[in-house]
Write a protein that binds this ligand. Structure first.
Ligand code: PLP
Length: 383
């Protein structure tokens, strides 16, 4: 994404703050992700929670990706944006009855189920609706052990997934539920993973768990290995390492596995194409720093306030010598700060600021706190 003078000029005429999406970057990212996954026989579902903007969603659907949803509304929205029900999965540790009904009514591919309690409710609701619910068991693989049977410790406090030690019980109960159709297994180890060795470890665990299921006559039709591929927030132009990522699974998943392998990518597909564009309201001297106060804050982009996330910040309109600033938003919270001691060309009221790599978990997390307006979205195709 390059902010040429011409693009910056056009962005200037829009009312800030807003999200700017470079659709060429999105298409390039989707092209590579779909090519590299297809080349290895893998399927990718887009994790809708990263960005549910309809224009972004429709573009992703056009590339043939499935959808990975974590609420009933996302499931409905995905289908409205062109995703196929047969390629839509619904995950989440707390699905309400209404959301389960929505998934069943829409005929989605699979519920990623996280507990025995959920399996029972799913069975009951499906029975009442005269439907069968396809299920993948979400397994929490986050356990240090070399073989499945020796595992004695688990992340008991982790709310996600079914612990490996519980699998025996879960499988027994599942076999007694008439409206549940077992389709396979699901994993999701976390987000913004940049050490790809983690995925090698995941493959080892998946191989073991595959054997466990197959030994019990439950060969999974689908193995969903989740998402989490990280991006380089320091260098927004670098595309995520899709080839290396998919290669790891292609090399380290056991050759004998015949299940279809699917992925759930969110951040890596949409983060790079989006920037939050904001205007400088005031520059003000503090005791130890100079503050740049923007007209965008944690209400537009929550990640820095929520978990100290780093986003590259650029001044698009100043070419003066560089100074250091603390860049903050207008919201009445001290954590409403995008970065401290950030090098920017000398900045003044009215300058246009781009906060980069904000296409994932940006617009989707916007809130109306302080009764602020939700940010708009501007697309390079229509600029
Ligand atoms: C959030 C989430 C993803 C996507 O994670 P990314 O880091 O955005 O790729 C995938 N699967 C599940 C179950 C999730 O909750």
């Amino acid at each position: 994404m390059t902010f040429t003078r011409e693009i910056t000029g056009r962005l200037r005429s829009q009312r800030t703050p807003f999200y700017y999406y470079d659709m060429d970057v999105l298409r390039e990212t989707l092209t590579i992700a779909s090519r590299e996954s297809a080349a290895r026989g893998f399927t990718v579902h887009y994790a809708v929670k990263a960005n549910f903007n309809p224009v972004i969603m429709k573009t992703i659907a056009e590339y043939g990706f499935g959808a990975d949803c974590v609420s009933g509304n996302e499931t409905e929205h995905a289908l409205n944006c062109g995703f196929q029900a047969e390629e839509t999965v619904f995950a989440g540790v707390g699905k309400s009855d209404h959301e389960i009904e929505t998934g069943l009514r829409l005929g989605i591919k699979c519920f990623n189920c996280e507990s025995v309690a959920e399996l029972k409710v799913l069975d009951e609701i499906a029975g009442r609706m005269g439907k069968k619910a396809s299920v993948a068991l979400r397994i929490n693989p986050n356990i240090e052990a070399h073989t499945i049977r020796n595992i004695t410790t688990g992340t008991d406090e982790n709310k996600f997934g079914i612990r490996i030690t519980e699998l025996d019980k879960v499988v027994t109960i599942m076999s007694q539920l008439n409206n549940i159709v077992y389709r396979g297994i699901h994993f999701h180890i976390g987000s913004q993973v940049t050490d790809l060795n983690v995925y090698r470890n995941l493959c080892t665990r998946v191989n073991q768990i595959y054997d466990w299921f197959t030994d019990r006559g439950l060969e999974p039709e689908v193995i969903n290995v989740g998402g989490g591929l990280g991006i380089n927030y320091n260098e927004p132009e670098i595309l995520p390492p899709f080839k290396e990522y998919f290669d790891i699974f292609s090399i380290h998943l056991d050759r004998k596995i015949r299940s279809s392998i699917s992925f759930e990518l969110g951040r890596s597909l949409t983060a790079g194409c989006g920037s939050l564009i904001s205007s400088v309201l005031f520059v003000k001297e503090g005791a130890a720093e100079t503050f740049v106060i923007l007209d965008a804050g944690m209400t537009e982009l929550l990640r820095p306030a929520l978990y100290h996330a780093f986003h590259l910040i650029e001044n698009l309109t100043s070419e003066l010598p560089v100074k250091k600033y603390t860049v903050a938003g207008p919201v009445c919270e001290t954590t409403d700060t995008f970065g401290k001691f950030i090098a920017l060309p000398e900045t003044m009221r009215g300058d246009l600021i781009a906060i980069r790599s904000a296409g994932a978990y940006g617009e989707a997390m916007a809130s109306r706190y302080n009764l602020r307006s939700l940010p708009g979205s501007v697309f390079s195709d229509k600029l």
